[in-house]
Design a protein around this ligand. Structure first.
Ligand SMILES: Cc1cc2nc3c(=O)[nH]c(=O)nc-3n(C[C@H](O)[C@H](O)[C@H](O)COP(=O)(O)OP(=O)(O)OC[C@H]3O[C@@H](n4cnc5c(N)ncnc54)[C@H](O)[C@@H]3O)c2cc1C
Length: 303
């Protein structure tokens, strides 16, 4: 396919920006990933619908991303179109204890809006660098809460490119899982409900919680947060540390000395480095504990 001419065609249909051969490392917090053939920053939800329709008419695969904070993009990049649900869909409005927000808004922005309005329940979101769309997909959460606790509904585009609304009950949430995963569903608008709580109390609790997180997590290197899900009744980090994997390195990918379930990019790590390191960790944990670790991060693209 001639992506330059396809980009020109798509650009005439959308208000947002269409890029060709865009390095995915610019769009992942790990700073890793080959190029996307076409990359679209939609300006609003109608842009998303137009872009999807265009991709279908050209039989082009389409991948949706948010802030890229839970993604490993392989070194060969992503074929077809990547659609980033970001700043074009990031408005936030509040009525009572209900918050409505575009799926491109960030969890810390949701937490800040809730804090300012005196709405409790969103404190967990303050330290997670994901968009609301990505957070719903992953049922993102931290010690004191998760998406499933406060989400009411999400407006999305379904497989037929139609606007549909899913309610929390439809999404079958469990630990880092929602039933929307691995489906061609694109989250666009979200609705949340918390409960009245003093802004001052939220502020204090959030400050304390963020400083604890800072102490426990590696700082100063690109990462994607926890690499593996915790197995039932245990912690992936504890198992990996017990296998003496902290500091284990492949190329520029290293198991963090601070948190064994995090892999840091020392500078020029490739997806191949990270995937090789992941296999080594899994093998050690399997051999020592007979436990199979499963990935929390999502792996996209080709070698
Ligand atoms: C420093 C750091 C700390 C972290 N701490 C935590 C933590 O405490 N708890 C936690 O749960 N996670 C944590 N994470 C992981 C990550 O931030 C969350 O999983 C987050 O919810 C991912 O959101 P995202 O927008 O970055 O999604 P992405 O990484 O861009 O995508 C994740 C998945 O969601 C899909 N997706 C994204 N947006 C949409 C959309 N609009 N519609 C449909 N599908 C979409 C993608 O296709 C992909 O499958 C951390 C990551 C980092 C880097």
């Amino acid at each position: 396919m001639n992506y330059t001419s396809l980009a020109g065609e798509l650009q005439s249909l959308v208000k947002g920006t269409v890029l060709v051969n865009e390095p995915m490392k610019k769009h992942t917090t790990w700073r890793i990933g080959g190029n996307a053939d076409l990359f679209v920053h939609p300006a609003d939800k109608e842009d998303v619908r137009q872009a999807i329709e265009f991709a279908r008419s050209k039989q082009m695969p389409c991948t949706v991303i948010g802030n890229g904070s839970n993604l490993l993009v392989r070194d060969g990049g992503i074929r077809g179109m990547v659609l980033k649900v970001g700043r074009g869909l990031a408005g936030i409005s509040i009525e009572g204890t209900t918050i409505k927000a575009g799926a491109g808004a960030m969890l810390p922005e949701l937490a800040a809006a809730a804090r300012q309005a005196g709405i409790g329940g969103f404190e967990f979101a303050a330290g997670i660098p994901g968009s609301l769309g990505g957070a719903i997909m992953m049922n993102a959460g931290a010690l004191n809460g998760c998406v499933a606790d406060v989400l009411v509904s999400v407006e999305a585009l379904n497989e037929d490119n139609q606007y549909v609304t899913f309610y929390k009950e439809d999404l079958d949430f469990s630990y880092r899982f929602s039933s929307l995963q691995d489906k061609a569903i694109i989250c666009l608008e979200t609705s949340w409900r918390g409960f009245p709580k003093s802004s001052e109390t939220i502020k204090e609790e959030t400050r304390e919680y963020l400083s604890k997180r800072k102490l426990a997590q590696p700082q100063g290197y690109p990462t994607a947060g926890s690499v593996f899900k915790n197995p039932p009744g245990d912690y992936a980090g504890r198992l990996i540390e017990a296998c003496a994997c902290k500091g284990m390195r492949v190329g520029d990918a290293e198991v963090s000395q601070k948190h064994a379930n995090w892999i840091i990019n020392l500078g020029n790590a490739t997806a191949r480095d990270v995937l090789t390191l992941i296999e080594k960790i899994k093998k050690q944990v399997q051999e020592r504990f007979n436990i199979t670790l499963h990935l929390e991060i999502r792996v996209l693209g080709e070698d």
